[in-house]
Design a protein around this ligand. Structure first.
Ligand code: SF4
Ligand code: SF4
Length: 711
């Protein structure tokens, strides 16, 4: 990771204006978006959008040709090209042929993508942005930080400084006054412009129409006042039929700004008359710039389902901390990382891909149904494939891949960590390890790992068996969680088996893009966990559960390895998370919790993998409630705690403020106990509270339930 990039992150997270504005916006956005979608079946709606956009992505060539034919028949001039340079030259040529001196533009990410403004200005043509946000950043000499709200990173005071310089008069930061100033400056620009340049939210092949959705009406003026209109449209905006506009029109404003509809929707079907009665010169450019290549890539084709609503940025915890400029490119946030890797080049996404904490928030809200975190993982995989792993990581994974050596080293670490251990925590590690305990204490490595403890636990012999997959954290840091799980399952008449050959689930390797290493871990675990004839494979770690139930399969598929796929599927079918299994046992009457007790107030933290990949949220709440805890929900109970495996070590600048926010949300509930289903989250949150000397207890649900079993 480059020093410049690290510095940019540091600067962004310490910019109170930026984090304050984005934090407030994202909090309000979630509430407003939920209201905007009230009464709408979002899953059904995004299913339709994904389907129609996926169809379009599979037929880009045919739809482009159909669009060209229909728009040309109406009198538009359609230019199709793969090459951004050709787009720039075409527009300049049109401008020169018509003696254009001034251009007005409405907001268009495609023109940003090809750096059109700078190119035209270099050729002596004056270019004026007319979207308020775009105009602000043009005056500031910046690039947009957000796809929909380009100047969201700026305060009204910063804007008033910019406008004051522009009008040569000291303005205060009164927003209506600033808007009035903008209007007064922009109106003459519209009237004087020789050419208007717009983008297009949608291009309809069936009718040759362009659809533009705006809130300020500027796109309508840009496309109707000047005698020449050039629309630059990426071919991913193509849809087959006019009827396909409706679902996009329904989702785009709701997802973008939580509006039911934008103030203006313009559908341009062929040239329109100028005020003098002559017809407008309408040019529509269909730009490919690697979109067809993307459509041919089975993994990345889905990225063309994007309708550019920026909902994924609005819910991204990392984006709300660092803003858009850290991404350093035209497109920002998670989807921006993917588009940069394609429209720019894979290498350009090397630093920015590391920003993603893999929380899955974006995937949940994307109206195009794009699995953004998965595509970012694929970028990581391809980067590793192209460039290899850094030496340190290579060394680490060679140890992790050798189960015996890995476990021996963990045992040795338990002894080595003793001088820095206080109670159950490692605090203030020395020298180059100091950063690891800077912002939260780490758990001490257990003196007796679960694999040793297991041999001492006496269990009843039962016909029904469950294989327990402990994962590294329960095995080597929190063996008591494993013991609690055995106690619960034994009580339901299930014997727990612990195959010793199990090893790391491969998540750290996979999340670093080292899929070959992750595949090695997957094979070792499949062999171990399927070696016993058991009804369930149960884990009390959601990250491990996701590895066993989803990621072993997708790792093999990504690598094109088919040999272990049937066994990976067999394992996935048996794998269950702890809370789901216990809830089932309680519902079946096989397990009883002491009911009718009042154990006090508790709050619950949803781990990302449990909530958004396994879709488990109610089960632990119900069980804790049954056991006698009174649940008080915290604000943003399902946002990440900043742990995300090695992310907290690689990106402490981002992980720490995320953790701090989580700790504050927990404190605000007034509860003295916070429960969660993930040992990784326990490690992060417990470590954070330990550094704060807080009395708030952090427990895994498995421990709390084991204490409340009916005798
Ligand atoms: S990826 Fe999804 S959420 Fe993000 S801009 Fe595109 S459609 Fe919207
Ligand atoms: S997975 Fe989370 S961190 Fe990554 S892009 Fe999506 S919302 Fe942002």
């Amino acid at each position: 990771m480059g020093t410049e990039f690290k510095e940019a992150i540091h600067e962004a997270v310490n910019n109170a204006n930026l984090t304050g504005a984005l934090g407030k916006f994202s909090e309000a956005y979630k509430v407003n978006r939920a209201k905007a979608y009230e009464g709408i079946d979002f899953e059904e709606l995004r299913g339709r959008i994904a389907e129609l956009k996926s169809f379009a992505a599979s037929h880009l060539e045919e739809l482009s040709a159909q669009f060209e034919q229909n728009a040309t028949a109406l009198g538009a001039k359609v230019f199709r090209t793969c090459d951004p340079a050709m787009v720039r030259e075409y527009i300049l040529q049109v401008a020169r042929d018509n003696n254009v001196k001034t251009v007005v533009k409405s907001k268009s990410m495609a023109t940003e993508e090809i750096h059109l403004n700078a190119y035209l200005e270099k050729a002596g043509i004056s270019v004026g942005e007319t979207d308020l946000g775009e105009w602000i950043i043009q005056l500031a000499g910046q690039t947009p930080s957000h796809m929909v709200l380009p100047a969201i990173h700026m305060t009204k005071e910063e804007v008033s400084d910019l406008f004051s310089k522009e009008v040569n008069e000291r303005l205060n930061s009164d927003i209506p006054r600033l808007v009035k100033v903008a209007r007064e400056r922009l109106r003459p620009m519209f009237l004087a412009a020789d050419m208007g340049i717009s983008g297009g939210n949608i291009a309809v092949a069936e009718t040759g129409s362009i659809v533009l959705m705006t809130n300020e009406g500027n796109a309508r003026l840009v496309t109707s006042l000047p005698r020449i209109h050039v629309a630059l449209v990426g071919i991913e905006k193509l849809i087959a039929s006019y009827a396909d506009i409706a679902p996009i029109l329904k989702a785009l404003p709701r997802s973008a700004t939580a509006q039911l509809l934008t103030s203006y929707v313009s559908i341009i079907t062929g040239p329109t008359p100028n005020t003098d009665g002559s017809m407008k010169d309408l040019h529509i450019i269909l730009m490919d710039n690697r979109r067809s290549e993307m459509a041919a890539d089975p993994k990345f084709k889905q990225a063309l389902q994007c309708i550019r609503c920026a909902s994924c940025l609005n819910v991204c915890q990392v984006f709300r901390l660092v803003g858009g400029h850290v991404f350093g490119k035209v497109y920002t946030g998670g989807i921006g990382t993917i588009l940069t890797a394609w429209f720019d080049e894979l290498k350009k996404s090397e630093d920015i891909q590391s920003l993603c904490i893999q929380c899955g928030n974006c995937k949940e809200v994307c109206p195009g149904k794009i699995d953004i975190p998965d595509l970012i993982m694929e970028i990581r995989r391809r980067l590793v494939q192209e460039q290899g792993l850094p030496l340190l990581q290579k060394a680490i994974y060679s140890v992790v891949n050798n189960r015996r050596l890995f476990h021996t080293m963990l045992r040795a670490a338990s002894l080595a960590g003793k001088p820095f251990t206080s109670g159950k925590f490692l605090r203030h590690l020395p020298l180059f390890l100091a950063d690891l305990t800077d912002n939260r204490s780490l758990p001490a490595i257990a003196a007796e790992p679960f694999r040793d403890l297991f041999k001492k636990i006496r269990q009843p012999e039962c016909t029904e068996k469950a294989v327990f997959y402990a994962g590294c954290l329960i095995d080597f840091a929190y063996p008591e969680m494993g013991a609690a799980l055995i106690k619960i399952l034994n009580r339901a008449g299930i014997e727990v088996v612990f195959p010793e050959e199990q090893t790391c689930c491969g998540a750290p390797a996979r999340y670093s893009g080292a899929y070959e290493v992750a595949a090695g871990n997957a094979i070792d675990n499949i062999k171990a966990l399927l070696s016993v004839d058991a009804q369930y494979v149960v884990s009390a770690c959601p990250t491990c559960t996701v590895a066993l139930s989803h990621e072993f399969i997708s790792t093999f598929e990504s690598l094109g390895q088919t040999e272990w796929l049937p066994q990976a599927r067999e394992l996935a079918a048996k794998t269950v998370d702890f809370s789901t299994l216990v809830k089932k046992l309680v519902d079946e009457g096989r397990l009883s919790l002491k009911e009718g007790r009042q154990l006090g107030r508790i709050t619950y933290h949803d781990s990302c993998h449990l909530k958004r990949t396994l879709h488990v949220a109610e089960q632990p709440r119900e069980l804790l409630g049954k056991a006698g805890y009174e649940l008080t929900e915290m604000f943003e109970c399902d946002t990440c705690c900043g742990m995300a495996g090695s992310y907290s070590i690689k990106m402490p600048e981002i992980s720490t403020p995320i953790l701090r926010r989580k700790l504050q949300n927990i404190k605000d509930t007034g509860a003295s106990l916070v429960a969660m289903d993930c040992p990784g989250c326990v490690m992060q949150i417990r470590g954070g509270f330990d550094q704060d000397d807080s009395d708030i207890k952090v427990r895994h649900t498995v421990e709390l339930l084991a204490e409340q079993l009916e005798d």
